[in-house]
Design a protein around this ligand. Structure first.
Ligand code: NAD
Ligand code: MG
Length: 379
């Protein structure tokens, strides 16, 4: 980027999370390119205050109203505006004080602020995949209407996005999403039934927030990503394939009409796709660790075991049947993961809960082609 480049004002929704904190590292490393204008947290007031004092944003939002006084007091000697509550997230997303929203809230809670930012004409760096799973058609349609770019942060989708640069006229045969397989790759149900929360929270390659780490262990994460890919790249369900790649070096691939396959590679480090989403269409120099091909002796690939990790099969079903089924599946999954993280249900119960919810709703509340804008207002 040139030295005359104006500073890009970033609003990080979910600044205290895994993606949010890594994004702030990228911003801190590039003060001439970015400023953190908006920071939001759900209930981690201490970290939000610490971030605010370091980055001096225009606005902070604390989701939990009860923490408002603590944040306001701690920032009393600054000019930082403090807001609280769920509605404030949407109000701030509708303001003009920023250029790009990094959507890094976890789960369904990220949908409404992201929608407001799109309606407000702001560019979106999208980490929150649940937003597209729940309302991909609305989000992509509104993005086109408002001429808003949706730049993926999820490493697989960032990889596909990068593979597609310069290929606008060329047809995609399929995309191949790579999955590490999570900590329980090769395990069977008799093992999984006894898996404890602490064990499931240990991911072999990536350090992430609790919800996505559990989703990675159940392979639901890859299912959510299939639906995310469909919307981002306008694909048919049969054009989205998953392959297990335990080394997490190839972040995903695109196969074109002529059979040629492009892959994007790198060490598993989310700072790279985060930085790319913030600097797109440029790349900027950094000192992140580099790959050493002499040390990478194996890149292996295998079929996912969808009989054991049935969440992936359920997500494929939701992808195929479409309508409101992905939204229903996502809601059931958020509840299931929440319950597992509180030791209320076991690892395999999560799949049973999602499957039962999908079956029930498919029979009674399935809308294959509804007016989703009005549907979302009901949620
Ligand atoms: P996290 O749990 O570490 O952080 C979530 C952030 O959202 C926090 O700042 C939290 O305060 C905020 N938040 C949580 N619930 C909220 C609510 N109800 N209302 C408002 N704010 C709320 O999560 P994460 O791992 O950073 O993931 C964030 C999103 O990015 C997820 O959708 C995840 O799937 C996606 N993602 C994460 C990674 C990763 O490496 N962590 C990789 C790819 C995609
Ligand atoms: Mg991913």
């Amino acid at each position: 980027m040139s030295s005359q480049q104006t500073i890009k004002r970033i609003a990080i929704f979910g600044s205290t999370g895994s993606i949010g904190t890594q994004a702030l590292e990228v911003i801190a490393e590039n003060p001439s390119l970015f400023s953190a204008e908006v920071l939001t947290a759900h209930n981690n007031d201490e970290l939000l205050i610490e971030q605010a004092l370091k980055f001096n944003p225009n606005i902070v939002v604390i989701g939990d109203d009860k923490k408002y006084a603590a944040v306001k007091d701690a920032l009393a000697s600054t000019d930082i505006k403090v807001f609280a509550g769920e509605k404030a997230l949407e109000e701030v997303a509708s303001m003009d004080c920023y250029d790009l929203m990094l959507a890094a809230i976890v789960g369904y809670a990220g949908l409404r602020p992201t929608l407001k930012a799109i309606e407000n004409g702001k560019a979106i760096a999208l980490a929150n995949k649940e937003t597209l799973v729940v309302a991909g058609d609305i989000i992509m349609r509104k993005a086109v209407e408002n001429r808003v770019p949706i730049i993926p942060v999820d490493s697989e989708h960032s990889a596909i996005f990068q593979c597609l640069i310069g290929e606008t006229r060329n047809k995609i045969e399929k995309v191949i999403l790579t999955a590490s397989g999570g900590p329980f790759i090769g395990r069977k149900p008799n093992y999984l039934v006894n898996v404890k929360r602490e064990h499931a929270l240990q991911h072999p390659n990536w350090s992430m927030g609790a919800k996505i780490t559990i989703d990675s262990a159940t392979l639901m994460n890859k299912g959510l990503e299939m639906i995310e890919a469909k919307w981002l790249f306008n694909l048919k369900p049969e054009q989205v394939q998953v392959v297990i790649h335990p080394q997490s070096i190839i972040h995903s691939m695109v196969q074109f009409e002529d059979g040629s396959v492009k892959a994007q590679m790198g060490l598993p480090d989310m700072k790279l796709p985060i930085q790319y989403a913030l600097t797109f269409p440029q790349r900027i120099k950094n000192d992140f660790p580099r790959m050493d091909f002499k040390k990478i002796t194996t890149l292996s690939f295998e079929e996912p075991d969808v009989k054991t990790f049935r969440n992936l099969a359920l997500a494929e079903e939701a992808l195929n049947k479409a309508g409101n089924l992905p939204c229903i599946m996502n809601a059931a999954n958020e509840i299931a993961v929440f319950a597992f993280l509180r030791n209320r249900i076991n690892f395999l119960d999560m799949t049973d809960l999602i499957e039962k919810t999908m079956k029930f709703n498919f029979r009674h509340l399935f809308f294959p082609d509804i007016n989703r804008t009005s549907f979302i207002n009901l949620l």
